[in-house]
Design a protein around this ligand. Structure first.
Ligand code: ZN
Length: 268
């Protein structure tokens, strides 16, 4: 009998989705062995999400701290056939039904067995039922995600997170206005898509570098919205300015981007 776990994040508990998670766990053939309330501190967030580091991922860590420090969480230790894969299926099912983006996605489980062992050994060992340590042959620490700029030099990062927070919890956030490059009538647009090979920090750094004059909060909003809808005009302007922005994105290693016609603005 294999073991795995789920972390029910503060929004899962607050919105009463625990019942839906328990149903999905049972449907996946898993049994809840024990469960414990946890309140994750900033240092625990860094230990659990070891792919993000201070300095290289200041935005992601600030968002994760805001998200996971928002109230109590709960951990469920699960057992059953093929529990590692089954718990991942539960995560995907719950997120596809109820999640509103990366900072409103309700539950977590590990994507690798080494990660599972590291995280479970931190989160459990709280009672006799969960005292057995997890072991894995895989590296316990996740590979670092692509780094971004240390924006603490430019902005108050926690203040930025706070200002964006309500929109990031929304099931239907408003479409952000593309950044205007230059004063001319927009001839073309720079499109950005979802790029799983990049991190939030590396993508925002690329967007912020590619679009002169853009506010960091606007760059974050555009990047998250583009990731959500899978392709979105993040900037409009003259062809030369748009081409310059496109070249900068490419130079930052962004591949999910391109140039297209400027979208028609109704009523403009
Ligand atoms: Zn326990």
């Amino acid at each position: 009998m294999e073991r795995s776990f789920l972390l029910l994040k503060p929004d899962c508990l607050r919105t009463g989705r625990t019942v839906a998670v328990e149903a999905a766990v049972a449907e996946a053939g898993l049994r809840i062995v024990c469960r414990h309330p946890v309140s994750l501190t900033p240092s625990e967030v860094r230990f659990l999400w070891s792919e993000y580091t201070d300095g290289a991922h200041v935005l992601m860590l600030a968002f994760l701290e805001r998200y996971l420090g928002d109230g109590p969480s709960e951990v469920l230790l699960l057992a059953g056939p093929d529990a590692f894969e089954a718990a991942r299926r539960v995560k995907r099912a719950i997120r596809s039904r109820y999640a509103n983006g990366p900072f409103a996605n309700l539950i977590h489980t590990a994507e690798r067995r080494g990660e599972l062992a590291r995280q479970a050994n931190h989160l459990f060992g709280r009672c006799a039922a969960c005292a057995d340590p997890f072991v894995s042959d895989e590296p316990l620490v996740n590979a670092p995600r692509p780094a971004g700029r240390d924006f603490r030099r430019e902005v108050d990062v926690p203040g930025l997170v706070e200002s964006l927070w309500p929109a990031l919890q929304s099931a239907d956030p408003p479409a952000p206005a593309p950044h205007r490059l230059g004063g001319r009538a927009p001839e073309s647009a720079l499109y950005l898509g979802a790029d799983p090979a990049h991190s939030l920090d590396s993508t925002v750094t690329a967007v912020w570098s590619a679009l002169p004059g853009i506010a960091l909060a606007h760059a974050v909003t555009l990047m998250l919205y583009a990731g959500r809808v899978g392709g979105y005009p993040i900037a409009v302007g003259g062809q030369r300015a748009v081409s310059r922005g496109h070249r900068t994105l490419i130079a930052h290693g962004i591949t999910a981007c391109g140039i297209g016609p400027a979208p028609v603005r109704h009523g403009a």
